[in-house]
Design a protein around this ligand. Structure first.
Ligand code: AMP
Ligand code: ZN
Length: 138
């Protein structure tokens, strides 16, 4: 079992640091984000330390996503959310601040709920054929 004694989410998973826990099983823990971007913002983590989703074993990844899905459903039912963003940041360039795999489950209420996740169309036109060829499974 990977455990990093300097990792805040490992300490939360271990119970050394308290959290507003809403779900727990052998592999997965879900708790409220202490700096919520909307009402009900929740984090779902693997109890074992993996740096990002990219290095998390598939079975654990899938367990975490199953819990994230369930929490999103509950946020709609119990909090009256009108939508949910489920996302995970991998590495600092993508906005990751805690280097322990976690999934944000962010209930959305309306466009004015204060949280902005923008997919702006860029002026730059990327060469899509070149990108497709690089990304296609070899
Ligand atoms: P990310 O930027 O994707 O790495 O997200 C890390 C999230 O962890 C941020 O939204 C923080 O507000 C949250 N966070 C950091 N420390 C704690 C903590 N002790 N309890 C709950 N959430 C935390
Ligand atoms: Zn950790």
């Amino acid at each position: 079992m990977n455990f990093d004694s300097n990792c805040i989410f490992c300490k939360i998973a271990d119970g050394i640091i308290p959290s507003y826990k809403i779900y727990e099983d052998d592999d997965v823990l879900a708790f409220l984000d202490v700096n919520p971007v909307t009402y009900g913002h929740t984090l779902v983590i693997s109890k074992e330390h993996f740096e990002t989703a990219l290095s998390t074993p598939k079975d654990i990844l899938s367990k975490v996503m199953n819990v994230a899905q369930r929490i999103g459903q509950i946020q709609i039912k119990e909090l009256g959310a009108k939508g949910v963003n489920i996302l995970t940041n991998c590495y600092e360039a993508a906005g990751q601040t805690v280097r322990h795999f976690h999934v944000h489950v962010i209930p959305r209420y309306e466009a004015t709920d204060g949280f902005k996740l923008e997919f702006n169309t860029k002026e730059i036109k990327y060469p899509l054929v070149e990108v497709m060829e690089k990304l296609a499974e070899k």
